[in-house]
Design a protein around this ligand. Structure first.
Ligand code: MG
Length: 384
């Protein structure tokens, strides 16, 4: 029985993780849950799963949740809050595995603390790896703590890497759906609306990641994530547009063989893989191979998607540049959704912030968070 801490339990990855626990009650149980501000959903989860500890964003919300639990006659659950509360969840002695699915750098401290406490991590939060991958991976290697990616592409790469040695890897090929604007004429990019950008062709996801898919900045973050997770230089990570999102990614070996991972587009499969690794439990998440007819691939258009070029530059420089790429994008996406800047203002803002970021490599999580705040201040200043 693996006892889980799920950080970000009311988000889409968190909910999918709980549905896996539901399907495999003999394999997994819930020891701790952490969420933000969605108290109704979180109260229902707490009552359903009865974890030992639960954490919410603020002291006020913690008080409200404790009151509701008491009124419902639910006892014996410790309610904590804030980033310290999330750390309590991720480092509980009885926790065997931590699912890190809090969006943004908010999940960083708890993920780092889990690794320091020797807990294996299923990582759904790509911002953690982008902003602090150098620190997290060094800590994980030192303690021999497995970090299994839940991001579908990296999960596919993780699977494809199991058939060869690190020195035998020639390239990692990340597939990308290309988003909704893959074929839109370039001169129409300036007039793209938030509504258009929020319609993703193959995946249903949160708002920021959906916009990031439309600009392909999401793939840019994934390039950096792959460099850190799999210890390869940016030149060894390539992107291929694959509109069907059937091949989740590929690994090319030096002998010329290429391994691809194919499965349903359902995040429950990478979650199950991460939870069960190195085992493979039988599941109902089957892919209908018999009805597969064709797979399309094309190289990405760097003129259409300047975020890819910005990401390669940031991956090469690392440290503060990777942090700034992520932070500036988050601010720029908010501004786009609020109709303050046009769609191509997103790469425009990121480029300016990167240009004014001096090269540095934060050595601690506190320094990473300070660098992140600095980049956000710069991005906001550009948008007023
Ligand atoms: Mg992905």
């Amino acid at each position: 029985m693996k006892r889980l801490a799920i950080l970000g339990s009311t988000g889409s990855i968190g909910k999918s993780t709980l549905s896996i626990v539901e399907q495999f009650p003999e394999r997994y149980s819930v020891a701790a849950l952490a969420a933000g501000r969605n108290l109704d959903e979180f109260f229902a989860q707490t009552v359903r799963w009865r974890p030992g500890v639960v954490s919410v964003a603020t002291e006020e919300l913690a008080g409200e949740l404790a009151g509701r639990l008491k009124a419902a006659g639910v006892t014996g659950i410790e309610v904590v809050h804030g980033s310290e509360g999330t750390v309590v969840c991720s480092t509980l002695p009885e926790v065997d595995f931590v699912v890190s699915a809090i969006v943004g750098v908010a999940g960083l401290e708890a993920t780092h603390a889990a690794i320091l406490a020797g807990k294996p991590v299923g990582l759904a939060n790509k911002e953690c790896m982008v902003a602090a991958g150098e620190i997290l991976m060094a800590a994980a290697r030192k303690r021999d703590v497995p970090i299994v990616p839940i991001d579908s592409e990296h999960n596919a790469v993780h699977q494809c890497l199991r058939v060869g040695q690190h020195a035998e890897v020639k390239a990692i090929w990340l597939t990308a759906s290309g988003g909704p604007f893959r074929q839109l004429p370039l001169d129409e990019f300036a007039s793209i609306t938030p509504e258009q950008a929020l319609k993703h062709p193959t995946w249903v996801m949160g708002r920021r990641i959906t916009i990031d898919s439309a600009t392909m900045l999401n793939k840019g973050l994934e390039i950096i994530e792959a460099c850190r997770l799999f210890d390869v230089p940016p030149s060894q990570v390539r992107v291929m547009v694959h509109p069907q999102s059937t091949v989740h990614s590929l690994v090319e070996y030096v002998d010329g063989s290429i391994m691809a991972q194919i499965s349903v587009t359902d995040m429950r499969l990478p979650i199950l893989y991460a939870l069960a690794y190195p085992e493979r439990p039988a599941s109902s998440l089957t892919f209908d191979m018999a009805s597969l007819r064709h797979l399309d691939f094309e190289p990405p258009d760097f003129d259409r998607f300047p975020c890819l070029r910005l990401a390669y530059d940031a991956a090469e420089k690392g440290g503060a540049h990777a942090i700034a790429l992520n932070a500036a994008d988050e601010i720029a996406v908010e501004a786009f959704l609020e109709r303050k800047i046009p769609f191509n203002g997103i790469p425009g803002t990121i480029e300016k912030v990167l240009a004014s970021t001096p090269e540095s490599h934060p050595a601690t999580i506190a320094e990473v968070l300070a660098s992140d705040r600095e980049a956000r201040v710069k991005a906001r200043a550009l948008l007023v």
